[in-house]
Design a binder for this molecule. Structure first.
Ligand SMILES: [Zn+2]
Length: 308
């Protein structure tokens, strides 16, 4: 490749990266320059004029980074080597072990779920929603998710996977959907409408163009999905003019996961119908002749209020 071709290839990668990670193009250019050992893009271009070109390995590592859509924050401090190791780690992440506990990492309708024996962690697609940790009632005490180091590692794996999912979503959407213009107008990814104010059909929240773009078109107040977000509150008489902005409601601590104990053991609920069924099958079990079996099938069984 000629020098000019190398630079235009890096520019193309920067554009992809800007789109996927929802940052301005100049930030993406600087990010690539820093990754290649320069302090910013201008310095890289100057070096290129005096004959510097990235090595094929460097280009491959930038391509890998952009393909995986990871937020620049993860790489600002990391060396190229650390980044490569991290990619290898992520590649194997679908099924592996954390501190001796086996897990599976998978996608479910754009939520990321990491799960092992008796535990699971869900990181929702909605950026303002908290992760949920579920443990089964049976294994509750011994579950590895109660070890803070284990939990942190598992969460970080799931969060990295989620960064890729969100990067993919942003790339599929129009650029304006994740990067509002100078007037704060953003484009709805599904309706193809531009506005600086949006309304949530679910909670009547009035949301700015920046807020909704940042939250990937999920309502920052109630978590409603993009299909419930509109540029006019057509369900209000004044089309939403009197609705209050969501403001501080949107600010919640999303870093700490929520814990739930789930009793997933099969249970027999002792209601009248089930008791009658149990009694009848016991009678059938005991029946030794056809007439006793008929008797068991036809017997009238009544259950009183105390389930006797
Ligand atoms: Zn809402």
């Amino acid at each position: 490749m000629t020098e000019a071709a190398e630079i235009s290839h890096l520019k193309l990668l920067a554009k992809r990266h800007a789109r996927a990670s929802r940052v301005a193009l100049h930030e993406a250019l600087n990010f690539i320059a820093i990754h290649l050992g320069f302090s910013n893009w201008t310095q890289l271009v100057t070096a290129n004029k005096s004959g510097w070109v990235p090595s094929p390995e460097q280009v491959v590592s930038i391509e890998a980074m952009v393909a995986c859509h990871v937020s620049p924050a993860d790489f600002k401090t990391g060396s190229a080597d650390a980044s490569t190791r991290r990619w290898e780690y992520l590649e194997q992440a679908e099924q592996s072990q954390i501190r001796g506990h086996a897990y599976r990492l998978q996608l479910g309708l754009d939520d990321v779920i990491i799960a092992g024996d008796g535990w699971s962690i869900t990181v929702p697609e909605n950026p303002s929603a908290r992760a949920t940790v579920r443990t089964s009632a049976e294994a509750d005490d011994q579950s590895p998710v109660f070890d803070p180091d284990f939990l942190e590692e598992a969460l970080s794996l799931a969060n990295h996977r989620m960064a890729q999912v969100r990067g993919k979503i942003s790339t599929d959407w129009p650029r304006r959907s994740t990067k509002p213009d100078g007037k704060g107008r953003s484009r709805h990814p599904l309706w193809d409408r531009d506005s600086d104010t949006w309304f949530c059909l679910h909670c009547n929240g009035k949301i700015t163009g920046d807020q909704i773009a940042q939250n990937l078109w999920h309502c920052p107040a109630c978590g409603a999905s993009p299909v419930d977000i509109f540029d006019t509150a057509f369900w209000c008489e004044d089309e939403g003019k009197s609705l209050p902005p969501i403001g501080a409601k949107a600010k919640s601590d999303t870093r700490k996961p929520e814990f739930h104990v789930v009793d997933d053991r099969p249970k027999l609920e002792l209601n009248e119908r089930n008791i009658v069924l149990l009694m009848r099958s016991a009678l059938l079990d005991d029946a030794t002749s056809i007439s006793e079996r008929l008797g068991a099938l036809l017997a009238e069984i009544t259950v009183d209020e105390d389930n006797d």
